[in-house]
Design a protein around this ligand. Sequence first.
Ligand code: ATP
Length: 207
Amino acid sequence: MKHLPHKTIERLSQYRRALLICAAKGKAHIFSHEIAKIQHITPVQVRRDIMLIGYTGTLRKGYNVQELIDLIGDIIDTKEGLNVAIVGIGNLGRAMINYFNGKRTKLSIVAAFDSNPDKVERAFSGVKCYHIDQMGEIIKNENISIGIITVPAGAAPEITEKLVNSGIKGILNFTPKPVNVPSRIYLEEYDMITSLEKIAFFVKTHA
Ligand code: ATP
């Protein structure tokens, strides 16, 4: 399972969200073409992803919704869940906490870090903010394995280095500044402004 393609992992997470909605509506079985329709992809793609995790449905009924939810959970989640920290509790960091907490039980934002003394020692939507210099200690004590970077772009490389030195295992970089990490760290970079500008370009050229 370690070698599943990254795109498959992304789609499995999306399938699970769709399956949870189906389960809540009392649907017990689902066909690949139904999942495909919800996700706007091909049934072949759905079948390929689900085959990769070693699951098969029946010709007559399709996939068992709950079994598939559980199996995806076994692959993506850890039993105890994972702890996450936000670095930079500005507008974006606060929005992330508000948006995220309570949505997924297996990932929880348990700490925030900031350099602004007005923010340190305060709680933001129930998440305590620590001074950035306490990062190493808190990450270790709170068993935090994922860091989300929401500081201004210029501070991203320095914060990345701090996170890496603190023993973090995965990073989501929300700044427009690309960062470098050692190969043992899993890095995702999401720059909202680039995404929006890409959309703006296509909107303009297709107008
Ligand atoms: P606010 O007005 O609440 O500061 P903002 O979204 O305008 O919000 P930004 O300037 O984008 O704030 O900064 C985001 C957060 O990152 C702020 O809380 C800021 O204090 C923090 N920050 C900036 N540089 C660093 C750094 N080097 N280490 C830790 N935190 C930092």
